[in-house]
Design a protein around this ligand. Structure first.
Ligand SMILES: [Zn+2]
Length: 250
């Protein structure tokens, strides 16, 4: 474990030291808006990425979309979006209604199950803390998914007495070494996504029910966000970035 002074942000370990990453989000498209460029870079570095979605995002989209078909539509879109990044393992939890997500014991147990199955060294989650300056990034479902994920990571996934029935099913405790948090009010780490930006754009275009109405404006929006982050972190002119709060769990 790296020794750090209090208040100093953690820096991530090199991708070469890891092999598996788990991404946990509330809705389809959340990870693509917040981290698609970074995830594509991880895949390029040889990491295996699993995406776990807590809901099917059936409240999203616009009035002309058939509501009954929405869960299947969004599942298909997420699988296509993830494929553009090289992510083949996309999983959806059941039993959670979009817009009503809570960090319930049931949700925590389901995330613990996936952590123990996948055994990721790094987990990317949403911020359980509300970022008042970017309230849309802090949708209540995002806060709930982030809270359930961090509770699952520590202590439940690594504690064999949390849900003993999981041990009976062969799901042994697993320690996650590093957590990356998206849309956190204080991000200290930036990833230069200039080279993977085209795949981020393609991933978001695959969420047709959510982004189809934006047409050409989508690219402009993503470029504005990316260059704003790059500028704040001094990446240099013309660069694009995504930023994160990193936790080193040893
Ligand atoms: Zn969302």
């Amino acid at each position: 474990m790296t020794q750090r002074t209090f208040g100093q942000p953690a820096t991530p370990r090199p991708d070469d030291d890891l092999s598996r990453v788990l991404v946990v989000t509330a809705h389809p498209d959340d990870a693509d808006f917040g981290a698609a460029g970074t995830i594509a870079g991880w895949v390029d570095s040889g990491l295996t990425v699993t995406s776990l979605l807590c809901t099917h995002g059936e409240q999203g989209g616009f009035e002309d979309t058939n509501r009954e078909q929405m869960p299947a539509v969004r599942e298909r879109e997420q699988v296509a979006a993830s494929a553009t990044l090289g992510v083949k393992d996309v999983r959806f939890l059941s039993g959670h209604r979009d817009g009503w997500l809570e960090p319930s014991w049931e949700l925590q147990r389901q995330i613990v199950e996936v952590i123990r199955e996948v055994q990721p060294q790094r987990v990317l989650i949403q911020s359980p803390e509300r970022w008042y300056d970017r309230i849309q990034a802090s949708h209540p479902d995002h806060l709930a998914a982030g809270e359930a994920a961090i509770r699952a990571i520590y202590p439940a996934a690594e504690n064999r007495y949390a849900w003993p029935e999981l041990i009976e099913r062969g799901l042994e405790p697993w320690h996650v070494s590093e957590v990356w948090i998206m849309a956190h009010p204080q991000t200290g780490h930036v990833v230069d996504i200039t080279d993977t930006f085209d795949r981020k754009l393609a991933a978001l275009q695959a969420h047709t029910s959510q982004t189809g109405h934006m047409q050409d404006q989508l690219e402009g929006l993503l470029r504005r966000w990316g260059s704003g982050v790059a500028e704040a972190f001094g990446l240099g002119p013309g660069r694009l970035g995504e930023s994160f709060h990193i936790l080193d769990l040893g």
